[in-house]
Structure formats: structure tokens, C-alpha cells
Design a protein around this ligand. Sequence first.
Ligand code: NI
Length: 165
Amino acid sequence: MAIFPIRTFGDPVLRVRTERVEVFDSALRRLADDMIDTMYDAPGVGLAAPQIGVSKRICVFDAGDGPRVLVNPEIVETSGEWEFDEGCLSVPGHYWPITRPAFARARGQDVSGAPVEYAGHELLGRVLQHETDHLNGMLLIERLDRPTRKEALRDIRNQALGLPE
Ligand code: NI
């Protein structure tokens, strides 16, 4: 079991589109296990590899049904609309109401390379979208409207400087 430090806003690894996983070996299984440990330790409901500094297309999540590993995910279907106070382990201490599709379906592979699909409404749908965003180099801040994003960036900067937000 290994717990990794979580990279936070400003770290360039969070802004890079990850590389697809092509090799499904014991190193990948170890990475997935370490990501699950790191997610639960944080604690969080999802974690993408860039958040521990690994630019590979793999994420883990637990939306209430136990730990899941999703490799090379793509969102293939969304519907509806849902506002949720969304946070991110890489932007600790901040939550913003963000509207996204209520339902999402993601396709990818499991840790052995077999095809797998997860789909769900509300929290599961949100986690699938949030983690896939991470793997595309996108943080939740980019999902905010322009005035809210400006305010969010100021709050994050003030927090980093130890100033009142
Ligand atoms: Ni996140």
C-alpha cells in the first residue's frame, strides 16, 4: 500500500492530456491499487492518475459501490442537467455549484484490459465526467462561467498566499 501526495492547482501535470494505456501489466495493477489507497486516504470519491503525477489515462472512483478502476475512459453518452457542489482534491477546500449532464456513460477498460462500461445519474455520472476531464487535462475551474472562474482563481491565489478569500 502506498499513498501518494496529491498534485494541486498550478502543477503542469494537471493540464496535460494523458497518454492512453497500452500495457496491462503488474505495474498498472500496482498503480491502480496505489491510486485507490490515495483516494480513500484523502478522502475523495475519485482520483485520476495526473493527480499523483502520472500522465496516463487511468482513474479510480467510489461513488458508493466500492472501488472501481477505469482505464482509457471516454464519455460516450450524456443526458439531462444537474447542479452539484463540485470539489476536487487538486483544488482543496473549494466547492462550486457546477451544472453538468445528470447522466453519463463512460466506456473504457478494466485493469486487465477487458472492456468495461459504467453509467449512472447524479454522483456517479458526475464522477465519471470529472475524472475523464482530468484525463483530458481539464480542471473543474474550466467548467465555471467566466465571472465565477475569475473569482475562483482569486480565491485560490489568496488561499495559497494565506490571505482571506
Ligand atoms: Ni478532481
